[in-house]
Design a protein around this ligand. Structure first.
Ligand code: NAP
Length: 288
């Protein structure tokens, strides 16, 4: 039996075990592979990593270990190194190799969300990858996941703006990905084509909170262009951030797609098999 896990703290709420075990079952691998959640506190990471490869074939990594885990790995792929965070570790020939699938999962979910919500024609679908090229996009948040989102948006050629409660972190993030940091009082000066929430605001138990005020959404509202909002928070699905954006005419994309796509890409790294995305989506949707 090959064992996989997700480590973090807190971890009990994680949907990754349900999603990955559903994927193993869909490919009839559930007698050979199993995925579980393991609570690892910051002061336990070193001990856990010393025995990890003897017990597991791979793992996902979540808050608060995505950066700290890197020093225990033999190799880190280029994207994860640029982002500065690892969310997937594979044991390969005894070596621990780190990857980041948050950025590619975000890109896949964003483009899929746009295709689904905008009812694009076949021609328009091929051009969706260039939809944000040279367009102003705003990332709200500057933690580990925001770094992955900024990397993804820089790959899409967007004109990047970053804001954050702690402005120094936004400045560092903007500098690393050739963007511009904006303090809250400057946010009304841009006309964003996309606004992404990568803070933990809006997540249960802060579900009535949003890092963007209703009046700011109304100021951003543009009558001539389609504007998008994306929330990385997925529990609840319809966050205050998305509800307020919809009221201002934005097309809203929920965070469950990012969860499923980052998970499916980790699954493919773990198994070398094409991930059964529909089974993974179904396992997530029933839990939300
Ligand atoms: P993190 O490194 O802990 O960063 C948290 C961010 O939230 C920081 O920018 C922090 O601002 C901000 N924040 C926290 N409390 C706030 C408050 N009361 N007011 C304003 N800002 C506040 O976490 P992370 O790993 O980047 O994750 C961020 C979010 O993305 C979480 O909600 C997580 O669940 C979500 N996420 C979703 C997926 C997915 O698959 N959908 C994947 C990864 C992450 P300061 O810098 O000022 O502290």
């Amino acid at each position: 039996m090959k064992r996989y896990c997700v480590i973090g703290s807190p971890i009990a709420h994680s949907l990754s075990p349900a999603m990955h075990n559903a994927a193993f079952a869909a490919l009839e691998l559930n007698k050979q592979a199993h995925y579980e959640a393991v609570e690892v506190m910051p002061n336990e990471l070193e001990n856990f990593m010393s025995v990890f490869a003897q017990q597991y074939a791979g793992m996902n990594v979540t808050i608060p270990h995505k950066e700290a885990v890197m020093k225990y790995l033999d190799e880190v792929d280029d994207c994860a190194r640029t982002i500065g965070a690892v969310n997937t570790v594979k044991v390969d020939g005894g070596k621990l190799i780190g990857y980041n699938t948050d950025w590619s999962g975000f890109t896949a979910a964003l483009l899929e969300g746009i295709q689904q919500k905008s009812h694009l024609s076949a021609n328009e679908q091929t051009s969706v990858k260039t939809i944000f090229q040279h367009k102003p996009v705003l990332v709200v948040g500057a933690g580990g996941a925001a770094r992955a989102v900024c990397f993804a948006l820089s790959q899409l050629g967007a004109q990047l703006y970053v804001t954050n409660r702690t402005i120094e972190k936004a400045q560092k993030l903007a500098h690393d990905f050739r963007g511009v940091a904006l303090s809250h009082d400057k946010l009304a000066s841009i006309e964003p084509s996309l606004v992404v929430n990568v803070t933990s605001l809006g997540m249960n138990p802060h579900e009535f909170e949003s890092p963007v005020s209703v009046s700011l959404w109304q100021k951003w509202k543009h009558s001539k262009i389609t504007q998008y909002s994306f929330d990385c928070v997925y529990n609840p699905l319809n966050t205050q951030f998305l509800k307020d954006s919809i009221s201002a005419g934005f097309v809203a994309i929920t965070g469950d797609g990012m969860l499923v796509h980052q998970g499916s890409e980790s699954f493919e790294l773990f198994t070398g098999k094409k991930a059964p995305i529909e089974a993974m989506k179904k396992a997530v949707v029933v839990k939300l």
